[in-house]
Design a protein around this ligand. Structure first.
Ligand code: GCB
Length: 592
């Protein structure tokens, strides 16, 4: 029976095939946009009355008799971008549908196509313009858009958006996560104006393993004839003319003499693409990333990843991070810690994070929310995960900072899960052959006393192994690390992608007293000595930069709905563990 099921999964997933071409418009921050951020009316709709009640019509009674049981104009306002949970006390725990409405004015322009673009909305979204359905989107952390060229009216228009963050067994993530399920229009909403034929997407990166060859492609929107595209990198005196085929696509390869991007020298070039009436600028860095045995090579040289994991949780303010200030604070702290690497967990973070990482010279691990157990045998779940993977890569495939695409976090070791993730690994490699594929694993075997071996079969399909382990917190004592040895079944680089322990800032006691800063610091101290002895270790990203809200952390007076494993509190206070890790990172840097 099990074999039959597996067979059916494989057949079903083959029928779904690889993720289709992106309809995303790459590089939204440098396009011509009009912001729809700001105050939106909202109606909380726990029984989803609004769908039958056709709230999307934004109707008003036409006479004294007409029954209409909603009124956006009289409803309260929420700020966009922003989750609803932290904007209204009564919505803190809310999971379900909320209807948003925004009226706006637009002046139509000739020969211009118009799109409405959402940076992210958690989790399931239906969008309507002037009462007409535009479409729906699933997935809480990736961008999506709808073309509204023929639908926008001269003058007054309105958008109605239903966002539903109800958790579902078949969703990605599924029912259980250790982070807050912030709902709403959590990133920017913009109108994007483009010429009739425009540059939809492009990849401009170094060819795998080559410091001198630029290799990439450009995709214009549908076209019936060949088009010329000019690619310029003025500072490197590069100007190339590329001719697309009738489907708007062209690949290119050429030699270039470039200063390579690295954490020590995060050099970005102004890259200009133009075709017909369209012209787009981007800031792109050029670097190579590969593995050799157990080493990670950046620009051909081994690099040790001095990292930290972090959630997209806003410092001080709380809630889902979205602003430039949020990004600067979070990555500023990573920099202060001495990091050259950040693990952006457990879903794609806002684009301002990866763009800032490019500028700051921080290497990035970017992940999709395939987290713990999900509905592995459901073809729709696989398709959903593939779409999220596709859109994560499509948004960020020109970011030099990103070196690792992560498929999953702490998934159970069973055949249906390995088949699912192997399929995602194949998809990721088809979409981007230049970056490394990883996953955070957490199942190890006790192969000898005080020896743990990672042999999860998923390791075979990864370039880099991530391992989450909580020695000293969920099992054993901090000092057990002194004797512990770690092995893996593959000749591949290993990143200790999580370890740590909880301590509210300012809670003190002996190093043997749980929930104290001293205990947390002691975990870090013992771990660091342990990690130094792992020959295949290529880096670490302890758990976690900053305390974050979690519905699973209920201990009153200590957790209060926060996961307190941050080395910094949610109010920005640095705990002792921060300084232990900082000291280690400084030593590594000094020894180079
Ligand atoms: C983990 C998870 C992470 C949790 C963390 C914890 O292994 O990957 O999402 O928040 O442990 O604090 O338990």
């Amino acid at each position: 029976m099990r074999r039959l099921l597996l067979f059916l999964v494989i057949v079903a997933s083959a029928a779904y095939g690889a993720a289709g071409p992106s309809t995303l418009i790459n590089n939204i921050p440098n396009r011509t946009t009009l912001s729809l951020n700001g105050s939106w009316h909202y109606i909380v709709d726990p029984y989803e009355t609004g769908l039958n009640g056709r709230f999307y019509r934004n109707a008003k009674p036409r006479d004294k008799q007409e029954l209409i049981e909603y009124d956006f104009d009289k409803s309260d306002m929420l700020n966009v971008p922003g989750d609803w949970n932290t904007q209204r006390k009564e919505l803190f725990f809310y999971e379900g549908p909320v209807w948003y409405e925004k009226s706006f004015s637009y002046h139509k322009r000739e020969h211009t196509r118009l799109f409405v673009d959402f940076g992210a909305a958690n989790y399931f979204t239906r969008v309507y313009l002037n009462g007409e359905a535009l479409g729906e989107h699933e997935g809480g952390f990736t961008p999506f858009n709808f073309e509204i060229t023929g639908k926008i009216k001269e003058g007054d228009n309105f958008l109605v958006v239903e966002v539903n963050n109800a958790r579902r067994r078949d969703a990605v993530p599924a029912l259980n996560t250790d982070w807050w399920n912030y709902g709403g229009l959590t990133r920017d909403v913009v109108l994007v104006e483009e010429p009739e034929t425009y540059i939809q997407d492009y990849v401009i990166q170094l060819a795998k393993g080559s410091g001198q060859e630029i290799s990439g492609w450009v995709q214009l929107t549908e076209s019936t004839s060949e088009h010329q595209v000019t690619l310029e990198i003025p500072e490197a005196r590069i100007k190339k003319t590329i001719v697309t085929s009738v489907n708007g696509y062209a690949e290119f390869h050429f030699l270039a003499n470039l200063e390579l991007w690295s954490p020590a020298h995060p050099k970005l070039y102004d890259v200009v693409l133009s075709s017909g009436a369209d012209k787009v600028h981007d800031s792109i860095g050029f670097r190579t990333i590969e593995t050799r045995g157990t080493q990670i090579l950046l620009n051909g040289k081994p690099i040790f990843l001095r990292g930290i994991s972090l959630h997209a949780e806003a410092p001080i303010r709380g809630g889902r991070a979205f602003s430039q200030q949020d990004a600067e604070t979070l990555l500023g702290w990573a920099h202060e810690l001495g990091c050259n690497f950040v693990r952006l967990t457990h879903y794609p973070h806002a684009e301002n994070m990866t763009r800032l990482a490019d500028r700051m010279g921080l290497l990035v691990w970017s992940e999709i929310p395939v987290y713990w157990d999900i509905d592995w045998e459901n073809p729709a779940t696989l398709q959903n995960a593939k779409s999220q993977l596709h859109d994560m890569i499509a948004r960020d495939h020109n970011r030099a900072s990103i070196i690792l695409w992560s498929l999953s976090n702490e998934t159970p070791v069973k055949p249906e899960r390995t088949i699912f993730l192997r399929e995602l690994a194949n998809t990721a490699r088809q979409l981007d052959s230049t970056r490394l594929i990883t996953s955070a694993l957490n199942h190890v075997d006790e192969t000898a006393p005080d020896t743990r071996t990672l042999s999860d079969p998923l390791g075979e399909y990864l370039d880099v192994l991530g391992l989450n382990e909580y020695l000293g917190w969920y099992w054993g004592r901090p000092e057990d690390a002194d004797r512990m040895q770690w092995k893996t079944a593959w000749d591949k680089p290993l990143i200790m992608s999580e370890f740590g322990g909880s301590a509210p800032y300012g809670r003190h006691g002996g190093a043997d007293v749980r929930w104290t800063e001293e205990y947390q610091a002691s975990i870090y101290q013992h771990h660091i000595e342990m990690l130094k002895k792992i020959p295949s270790l290529a880096g670490l990203s302890p758990w976690v930069l900053m305390d974050f809200h979690s519905p699973r952390r209920l201990l009153s007076g200590v957790q209060d709905y926060y996961n307190r494993k941050g080395v910094i509190s949610n109010l920005g206070q640095h705990k002792q563990a921060f300084y232990v890790l900082q000291k280690y990172y400084r030593e590594i840097e000094a020894a180079k």
